[in-house]
Design a protein around this ligand. Sequence first.
Ligand code: NI
Length: 164
Amino acid sequence: MYGRGSVGGPFTLTDQAGKQRSDTDFRGKLMIVYFGYTYCPDVCPTDLMAITQALDALGSAAEGVQPIFITIDPERDTNLLADYVSAFHHSFVGLTGPAEEIRKVANSYKAFYVKVPDERSGNYSIDHAGVIYLMGRNGEYLGFMPPRTNPDRLTEVLRKNLAN
Ligand code: NI
């Protein structure tokens, strides 16, 4: 875990059940924040699965951690979000909202992404970093873990921060 500095900021977005959720709703818990999209072929599912395994490994201590998936592809993902996050840890909150609002939140996390059109299919993919952000109980930035961090390492980092 490294990369201290000014990362993160307030958000109010819509969860997979259609409910408005703000960062302040999760005060008192560690927050894992992940920006991705449901059509992501490999990095997102791998990381979300690693987060899921880490939370499973924590057992009841996982109640002190709120995992949050924010879609960077609201136009395609909004209706898919509930199904998508249900494939991972039960405590996952999936968030969507207006594209410009999501962009603003992502920028505050320095989570940059860009649409890459696929000429052949007429579809697109999104280049994005897949960074796993860890925020503290008061919403403060604790650090980030790179994409493809293994579940054991994630568990260790979470356990350490839960003990603080
Ligand atoms: Ni991805």
